[in-house]
Design a protein around this ligand. Structure first.
Ligand code: SAM
Length: 281
């Protein structure tokens, strides 16, 4: 577990599911924009263990410079090691320095800067005109509305476009009483004025108000019987957060029984809905 509570094994486990869920129409809008450049400068905020960079660096057939902003030093280090392993295994040319990595792969030059800091301080690190696009995956639902507006103002001051994926909007579980416990789970996300499932709508509203171009669409984790590890993580998150929302011992006992039944259910299916959003000035 990292200092800020984002488990490296959780981030790495969800990687394949995030990639499978990506909305192809929204992604195409981003790649079409990218291909209008001879080289691309990308900022990824709340970069975790470098998921966006790992996914896109080889899919974009152009030279790239990345800045991965992550507040958690342990995750920055895990990102560095993951990138090194990935490119090392591919046999790409990788050199590492204090600030990041330089990779030569498939005829393209990729510079990856690892920046251990907060995305609330972007102006300290970047100037307008320095970036072509900002990326953010599974980040905005953590923020309050005021924080979201602060970050969006900084992003659009520094870069003309934002590609944000994995903004949580809801979930379903094939089990009785699921709706009640999902409601508790979502209330927990919003307990300190966090946007939770309303984050995507707030993003779209912000962009509409500014008259920016928006392309958005569903990205969904489909977690059937083969997704046991994802079930394990998600039920663990529900256990911890819903436990904080229940007020009586009887409610806790009923919840514990429900959770035990889900953990024992070999036919359990879960879907988790997200919204991917492309916004350009
Ligand atoms: C749910 S994780 C997503 C990580 C990654 N984008 C991915 O898709 O795997 C959210 C990440 O945002 C980071 N984060 C949260 N607040 C931050 C802030 N103020 N500045 C920089 N990173 C932040 C967390 O440390 C965590 O790594």
């Amino acid at each position: 577990m990292s200092a800020t509570g984002f488990d490296t094994s959780w981030l790495n486990t969800r990687f394949a599911y995030d990639n499978a869920a990506r909305n192809s129409t929204v992604e195409a809008a981003f790649t079409q924009y990218a291909m209008q450049h001879s080289s691309l400068r990308l900022l990824d905020i709340g970069a975790g263990t470098a998921a966006n960079c790992l996914y896109f660096a080889e899919r974009l057939p152009l030279d790239q410079e990345w800045w991965l902003v992550e507040q958690d030093a342990q995750l920055c280090q895990a990102a560095r090691e993951r990138l090194q392993d990935h490119y090392g295994t591919m046999g790409a040319g990788v050199s590492s320095d204090e600030k990041g990595l330089t990779v030569n792969v498939q005829g393209r030059h990729i510079r990856i800067n690892l920046l251990n800091g907060s995305f609330f301080e972007l102006e300290h690190h970047f100037s307008p005109g320095q970036l072509d696009v900002t990326l953010a995956a599974a980040v905005f639902d953590l923020l309050t509305l005021a924080e979201l507006e602060q970050v969006l103002t900084a992003i659009f001051h520094l870069s003309p476009a934002l590609f944000t994926t994995m903004n949580y909007t809801g979930m379903s579980i094939t089990h009785s009483q699921a709706a009640k416990y999902i409601a508790h789970y979502e209330a927990h996300m919003q307990r300190h004025a966090g946007l939770g499932k309303d984050g995507a709508a707030a993003l779209v509203a912000y962009a509409r108000e500014k008259d920016f171009t928006i392309i958005d669409g569903l990205s969904q984790w489909q977690l059937d019987i083969t997704a046991q590890r994802m079930h394990h993580f998600l039920l663990g998150f529900m256990e911890n957060s819903i436990g904080e929302m229940l007020t009586t011992a009887a409610e806790q006992q009923a919840f514990d029984q429900w959770l035990a039944a889900l953990r024992a259910d070999r036919s359990l299916e879960m879907t988790v809905d997200h919204q991917d959003i492309w916004i350009v000035k």
